[in-house]
Ligand binder design. Structure first.
Ligand code: PLP
Length: 379
């Protein structure tokens, strides 16, 4: 066999397969409402685009330090202090090609073959694959109705081999947001154990609704690597920029790995990222985007709650809603022409994930189709 066991061990992305089928249907002239998309349907704010252009004009077109330019890392430290109450210095920050690469670097820097990494389910599909790439073993913990791991569940999942726990709040795919006291309780469990790391994926931190508040577990648990990025907050998914913040020792290891794999994030994007954090215009952009997502969140959950064979929580964050139903994602695509992601992809069979990254008009049409399909297939 030519292909390494490591590569064979990695699952292909289910999301991509569904998107491909939906695209093919669209090319055949069938109107598909696409609820699979994991990125905001807003353009990147103009001031950030301008900063990238300015960087090119100023000749910022060469390699930088692999962990990123110092002014950007300084701006990230300021952001972490201002928004999250966390103290870091630039040597603890590694700027990566998206939060995804920051996660990959972190897992590779921490996990040895045979180590266990606790992943509450439902989870973002990339986590278990990264753990497997590092030779580790993902240990899944089924969460309850609120989709959050409890201190008791965490304690029960810990073994002598546990190296890390991945916490993702706000969560993809469930939209669940842990409260400060819930995170403090998880930290208390970990403090009584020996040397377990938390990898805290906070990419949706700014997408929280109603009374929900984002809190970083790094505030109460030192052995944390904070993962964050620009994709969701500033609608910069295609720019590929994110970062990790950790101890200087872990950051050096992450940087060392990255220096051999990709080197620095492209230089113009780093300058744009620096401006994204500094510019006041970002606040207004975010407020407007959040208001629109909130409107869609209310609409979609209200419609679903009225359907007899479908139910969902009101998610506190991100832009996803997990719908419990007895129909499959495949049936919805074939017969209702709605593209969604099956919960099984996130370790949550029996659920389907809808992203509300489409217009209210499209959500309305999608919900009409879902309702009609559920009606027409009633036993
Ligand atoms: N973490 C979670 C939970 C995500 O949903 C995503 C993207 O969908 C990422 C990380 C990766 O984001 P980035 O574009 O910064 O790599």
């Amino acid at each position: 066999m030519e292909i390494s066991k490591r590569a064979q061990n990695i699952q292909a992305s289910i999301t991509l397969a569904i998107s491909a089928k939906a695209k093919q249907m669209q090319e055949e002239g069938i109107k598909v409402i696409n609820f699979t998309v994991g990125e905001p349907d807003f353009g990147t704010p103009e001031y950030i685009i301008e900063a990238a252009k300015k960087a090119l004009d100023a000749g910022h077109t060469k390699y930088t330090a692999s962990a990123g330019i110092i002014p950007l890392r300084r701006a990230i430290c300021e952001k972490l202090k201002r928004d999250n109450g966390l103290e870091y210095t630039p040597s603890q920050i590694v700027v990566a090609n998206g939060a995804k690469q920051a996660l990959a670097g972190t897992v590779l820097a921490l996990v040895n073959p045979g180590d266990e990494v606790i992943i509450p389910a439902p989870y973002w599909i990339t986590y278990p694959e990264l753990v497997k790439l590092a030779g580790g073993t993902p240990v899944f913990v089924e969460t309850g109705e609120d989709f959050k791991i409890t201190p008791e569940q965490l304690e029960a999942a810990i073994t002598a081999k546990t190296k890390a726990v991945i916490i993702n709040s706000p969560n993809n795919p469930t939209g669940a947001v842990y409260t400060e006291s819930q995170l403090r309780a998880l930290a208390d469990v970990l403090k009584s154990e020996n040397a377990i790391w938390v990898i805290s994926d906070e990419v949706y931190e700014n997408l929280v609704y109603g009374k929900a508040k984002h809190f970083s577990i790094a505030r109460v648990y030192n052995r944390t690597v904070v993962i964050n990025g620009f994709s969701k907050t500033y609608s910069m998914t295609g720019w590929r920029i994110g970062y990790s913040a950790s101890s200087a020792e872990v950051a050096a290891a992450i940087d060392n790995i990255q220096s051999h794999v990709t080197s620095n994030v492209n230089t113009m994007t780093q300058h744009a990222g620096q401006e994204a954090l500094a510019g006041k215009q970002g606040d207004k952009f975010l407020r407007d985007m959040l208001a629109e997502f909130d409107r869609r969140r209310s609409y979609i959950t209200e419609r679903i709650s009225k359907m007899p064979r479908a139910s969902c929580n009101l998610p506190d964050g991100a832009f996803y809603v997990m719908v419990k139903t007895d129909v499959t994602s495949e049936q919805l695509l074939d017969y209702a022409r709605i593209a969604t992601v099956p919960g099984a992809a996130f370790g949550a069979p029996g659920y389907i994930r809808f992203s509300y990254t489409v217009s209210v008009d499209d959500i309305k049409e999608g919900m009409d189709r879902l309702e009609a399909y559920l009606d027409s297939t009633r036993a």
